[in-house]
Design a protein around this ligand. Structure first.
Ligand code: COD
Length: 306
């Protein structure tokens, strides 16, 4: 069972090597992560972006980018479109964000001609290794869907379940977060959590998937808190996936885990033809390497589906 981000890296090392297309690769941490991923046998890569800047960073920081093809496209939108096009054309298996705004890359991914759209909703999944939690915690969606409807939350869960399954999770426990466990008509998160739980009970999300909701953060991750509050659920203190009601909640929980909880993380967009590695510019090279490993496992899993 995969319990740490290191296990994810090991799994990626033991599968067939995927090719990564990096959009706007002129970023020191991105280049370092790509070089380390290559030297650890996880990926091959194509660097799309401002070639002068890419080579200058490599020279100044003594980074060996010789193993990689560099495609010179300085314009950010064009570089995102080209990286995405490489995946659509089968020249690469997945795509990663370099030094550009998230929304630019997402627009390229959603491009009707060259993008990676499917009939599914695209959504962001983060995976956290937290020192005082006993397993990996998946958090969704703190990166793409701004204020999802119930229907969108259902699809966000389908994507997160696929990510957890690709990490070999056999039984998946989902907490639909809200501020309390009782339904309150004025709190949309409680209404949606209740409906998603019902759908889970009806088997909508498949076998071995338990959905709890509405449920507050403390009860989702702490059996002690659940016991004290008399809340009985197999998901209490055992959540694998946290579904958040809005992007701000997801972003806030994620950043809190990283900055105050010493969590390590990896992140990816699910639901497209191939995974999109979406990391924050402030993330270090290790987080970027973890995300590349996560993306490569999901890329391989998607290819095995077809
Ligand atoms: N999945 C599938 N299709 C989508 C999705 C999605 N999640 N979002 C939009 N689309 C499709 C729509 O159906 C439509 O056909 C087209 O894309 C454009 O839709 P718009 O006009 O609603 O979308 P955009 O292009 O204005 O914005 C889409 C973004 C994903 C860029 C937008 O939702 C966004 O900026 N999200 C927040 C990203 C962000 O800033 N994250 C910050 C933390 S990292």
């Amino acid at each position: 069972m995969i319990r740490t981000l290191e296990d994810i890296v090991k799994k990626a090392q033991n599968q067939s090597k995927m090719t990564l297309a990096v959009a706007a690769a002129q970023d020191s941490d991105v280049l370092q992560a790509v070089i380390r991923s290559k030297s650890q046998g996880i990926i091959d890569a194509i660097l799309v972006g401002d070639e002068n800047k890419i080579r200058k960073i490599a020279r100044e920081q003594n980074l060996d980018i010789e193993p990689f093809t560099v495609v010179n496209i300085p314009d950010l939108m064009d570089s995102a479109l080209e990286a995405v096009k490489m995946v659509s054309a089968g020249k690469a298996d997945f795509v990663m964000k370099g030094l550009l705004d998230t929304s630019i890359l997402l627009k390229a991914v959603l491009d009707k001609e060259v993008g990676l759209r499917t009939n599914s909703l695209l959504s962001h999944v983060m995976v956290y290794e937290i020192p005082n939690y006993h397993k990996l915690l998946f958090l969704t969606d703190g990166g793409m869907n701004i204020s999802p409807t119930l229907e969108e939350k259902k699809n966000i869960l389908i994507n997160a379940i696929a990510a957890a399954k690709a990490m070999d999770n056999q039984e998946i426990k989902i907490a639909c977060l809200a501020a309390k466990e009782k339904v309150n008509n004025k709190m949309q998160a409680t209404l949606d959590g209740d409906k998603l739980k019902q759908m889970g009970q009806e088997g909508f999300f498949g076998e071995n998937v338990l959905v709890e909701g509405p449920i507050a953060f403390d009860l989702a991750v702490s059996k002690y808190a659940a016991e004290i509050k008399g809340f009985n659920s197999p998901v209490a203190g055992e959540a694998d996936i946290l579904l958040v009601p809005t992007i701000e909640v997801g972003n806030g929980i994620g950043k809190t885990l990283s900055y105050f909880g010493n969590a390590k993380s990896a992140g990816v967009i699910m639901g497209a033809k191939a995974p999109v590695v979406l990391v924050s510019r402030a993330d270090d090279a290790e987080t970027k390497l973890n995300s590349i490993a996560l993306g490569s496992i999901i890329a391989a899993a998607k290819q095995n589906e077809t």
